[in-house]
Write a protein that binds this ligand. Structure first.
Ligand SMILES: NC(=[NH2+])NCCC[C@H](N)C(=O)O
Length: 415
């Protein structure tokens, strides 16, 4: 079967999209980490080994692993002209300074004739040292002095170090996709790859879009949880604006065809880096179990959105029940259990949530990928009877994302 099909967080995973961390992590300037949304510089070789193990664990479970970079290259190979169209847009969004520089960079990128190498190069960024700078007589000052932030940079094009978090630039919902506009300039460029897959890849072209990257509001896939075929949970967070969810609801209920979502539950979580997405504090691990960061329990507000009676209207009501009750109502499952990250100890919970202890990828009900380093949380999950697939995490975790962030399911079996 081709195309997208995801109607839950836990149905048996059939196909998943990953990105193997590449040279983009070598172009991470230590003094630019905050702007690039990274917390440290990972050791690439070990990050790749850990990531390869993650992919192998998934294959051992019968999951077909797709790589983002390969899908984009395949989309180019299948469509003459797609690569040039992409390059135009990539260069326009790359933040290149100067009048001559875009053409020079274009020429340089086109020396990567192999499509896969070309795609990887666009992901890695371009350093000044890779390019013959234009002669002073034909250049403008702006060509010669590229500055990405306030300071001089050694890079002409920034790397996209967060690409291995394939969860965020787009999100599969039912048979369609939210192609996101992302919160930060640095990550928004990542959404181009999804655009070309869903426009040109032989297996995915024509996928309906419930959200578009040119939307005026930002949202990210880490905030989107497929609760059931008809019920979606979306976090209102640092990364997803309430207005973006309004727009999503409009599109899903009124403006597009083919989406089976009838209820959207908006979870209002604190806007902070530690809780950047809903999935950093809350993921589903079994039919009746979720992991949760205890710190959000007191403040969480949940709104339910449904299609209104009049064209274009969306009804909204606030839920005042406990989270367990709201989830029972949404999933139709009785006796929902929330399992606190860190086993309820506030220090362990904060430490392990920081390293994505609540950010699990469910492969089938009760079987989840977890980071090895979160031993307190993992012990609790193990005692609750979960089958843990343990992913090595010394380097991968430095980007502040766990197994769920590092994966975008393309197909799951229905429950
Ligand atoms: N779905 C997630 N929780 N993704 C985590 C993304 C981490 C990434 N460094 C960022 O700040 O964007």
């Amino acid at each position: 079967m081709n195309g997208i099909h995801v109607t839950s967080e836990i149905g048996k995973l059939k196909k998943v999209c990953l990105h193997r961390p590449g040279d983009e992590l070598l172009n991470l300037p230590p003094d630019e980490l905050e702007r690039l949304l990274f917390d440290d510089v990972p050791y690439l070789e070990v990050a790749q080994q850990e990531h390869d193990r993650f992919a192998e664990i998934l294959r051992e479970q019968g999951v077909e692993v797709l790589y983002l970079e390969k899908l984009v290259a395949e989309a180019f190979a299948a469509n003459p002209g797609a690569r040039d169209e992409f390059l135009d847009q990539y260069l326009a969004e790359a933040g290149i300074h100067g009048q001559k520089m875009p053409a020079i960079v274009r020429e340089y990128l086109n020396t990567f004739t192999d499509d896969l190498e070309f795609v990887k190069k666009t992901m890695a960024g371009v350093a000044k040292s890779e390019i013959d700078m234009p002669l002073a007589s034909s250049a403008t000052l702006d060509d010669l002095v590229s500055d990405h932030s306030d300071k001089q940079s050694d890079l002409i094009i920034d790397p996209m170090p967060n690409l291995y978090f394939t969860r965020d630039p787009f999100a599969c919902v039912g048979n369609g996709v939210n192609l996101n506009r992302m919160y930060s300039v640095t990550r928004n460029r990542e959404t181009l790859y999804g655009k070309y897959i869903f426009k040109y890849h032989p297996d995915y072209k024509g996928t309906p879009l419930w959200f578009r990257r040119d939307a005026p509001f930002h949202t990210e896939g880490g905030d989107v949880l497929n609760l059931t075929r008809t019920d979606l949970a979306v976090g209102i967070s640092q990364r997803t604006q309430a207005a973006a969810i309004d727009l999503m609801a409009q599109n899903i209920f009124w403006k597009t065809e083919g989406c089976e979502i009838e209820k959207i539950f908006a979870f209002d979580i604190p806007a902070s880096r530690a809780f950047m997405h809903l999935d950093t504090v809350f993921t589903q691990i079994d039919v009746d179990k979720f992991t949760i960061h205890p710190a959000i329990m007191g403040t969480l507000r949940v709104y339910e959105m449904t299609k209104g009676a009049v064209e274009g209207e969306v009804d909204i009501k606030e839920h005042t029940d406990s989270l367990e009750k709201i989830l029972e109502y949404a999933t139709g499952v009785d006796g929902i259990k929330l399992i606190p990250c860190g086993g309820g100890d506030p220090i362990a919970a904060a430490r392990e949530q920081w390293n994505d202890g609540s950010n699990t990828l469910c492969v089938e009900p009760g079987t989840i990928c977890v980071y090895q380093r979160n031993n307190v949380t993992n012990e609790v999950l193990y005692k609750e009877g979960l089958n843990l697939l343990v992913v090595p995490s010394a380097e991968l975790s430095r980007g502040r994302g766990g197994p769920r962030c590092m994966s975008m399911p393309f197909q799951r079996e229905d429950l």
